[in-house]
Design a protein. Structure first.
Length: 94
């Protein structure tokens, strides 16, 4: 298992402790940032999509703050950059 795959498992646990997750996907995009100054620190670049009822009624900034709060201990060592797509279940269209 690569270091970023192991990190993703830890992120999942922390997110599950913070939210009632309906859907979660975390992708490692570190390879897209090879040579980037932040990549030298060892922190990865990740793309996160999360669907949880806790996002109902929150604007984008509040949703991002909630996710950052759940993952705070991973910055900046494990996470250098994080793209967040936080969605309330009512916003899912079939």
């Amino acid at each position: 298992m690569t270091i970023n795959k192991a990190r993703i498992k830890l992120f999942e646990v922390d997110l599950q402790n913070a939210f009632q997750i309906k859907q979660l996907q975390i992708n490692d995009e570190s390879h897209l940032h090879a040579g980037h100054a932040g990549a030298a620190s060892g922190g990865g670049h990740f793309n996160l999509t999360i669907v949880a009822p806790e996002f109902e009624g929150l604007n984008k900034v509040a949703r991002h703050r909630a996710v950052y709060g759940a993952l705070n201990k991973h910055f900046p060592v494990a996470i250098h950059a994080l793209t967040i797509n936080a969605i309330a279940p009512s916003e899912i269209t079939s």
